[in-house]
Write a protein that binds this ligand. Sequence first.
Ligand code: IDP
Ligand code: MG
Length: 136
Amino acid sequence: MSKIEQTLSIIKPDAVERNLIENIKSIFIKNDLIIKQDKKIHITKEEAAEFYKIHQSKPFYDGLCSYLSSGPIVVMVLEGKNAVSSNRKLMGATDPKNAEEDTIRKLYGVSIDKNSVHGSDSIENAKKEINFFFKN
Ligand code: IDP
Ligand code: MG
């Protein structure tokens, strides 16, 4: 069964800084995910803390929020068949060391924190995350 879904993708500061925006976008496009909306922004630490509040009890939360607000990011709405799981598969494991060959994190991730991309982990969270960045 396949369903047209939308998911939120973020190109994190480490990848923006290394000029990997087009490389990463081309992976989505090649894999039939359409970039429906797209903007480059620089969020505050407070906004990052709100976005990542699901992780607020984790020991890495403060560093994660500092990191996501440390430089420009690109936020995108991706659309396609099974977009949530398809994007997660293209991203690879959270720690680039454990990511499969040819995944974005294997190709470009530097470390577990500088892992180049974010992707929603469920349809429900995708809706919330899209609304967080693209309220209209
Ligand atoms: P995900 O990005 O693969 O969905 P999550 O578990 O949702 O992974 O964690 C959110 C982000 O927090 C990760 O992408 C990574 O940047 C960071 N993170 C997760 N686990 C650790 C850790 O053990 N140390 C440092 N940063 C972590
Ligand atoms: Mg996650």
